[in-house]
Ligand binder design. Structure first.
Ligand SMILES: [Zn+2]
Length: 148
């Protein structure tokens, strides 16, 4: 947390922006929330702690967190913009439920192996990649289908 706060303060300084207690309060709350929430959901969580902080302040702060490298903004094809706390690295993959919008990140070295094989064959130098898989999560698929 202190590290995130330091990163935010440095970013604000570089960008010539003011350090405000609201921005820092939003960062503190954001870091405690689960990943892949929408702006509305994050604003609701922030508002529950401090009713003086409005939706637009939350939205602008999230943009700042993205610029500072503290968060990632995702525009999945389900049409929902969500935010993930950034842990560095660009090669994450995601399972996205088209019904409840639940997102599960995953990593598998097989994906990188396939990528490298394809890139070698096409003389392409990969920088980063991400795979998005759309479907139904175990909760939405229901218990009947779980034992296959
Ligand atoms: Zn689901």
């Amino acid at each position: 947390m202190n590290e995130a706060l330091r990163v935010l303060r440095e970013h604000l300084k570089r960008a010539g922006l003011k350090r405000t207690s609201q921005r820092e309060a939003i960062l503190r709350i954001f870091l405690e929330l689960p990943d892949f929430l929408s702006v509305d959901e994050i604003a609701r969580a922030v508002g529950a702690r401090d009713r003086r902080i409005g939706m637009s302040t939350v939205y602008r702060s999230l943009k700042l967190f993205v610029e500072a490298g503290l968060a990632r903004e995702h525009h999945f094809l389900t049409g929902r913009t969500t935010f993930e706390k950034s842990g560095g690295g660009g090669g994450r993959n995601y399972l996205i439920c088209t019904r409840c919008h639940r997102v599960q990140p995953f990593e598998d070295p097989l994906i990188e192996a396939v990528r490298d094989k394809v890139c070698r064959g096409l003389s392409f130098t990969p920088d980063f990649n991400r795979l998005e898989v759309y479907g139904l999560c175990s909760r939405c698929r229901g218990p009947a289908a779980e034992e296959d």
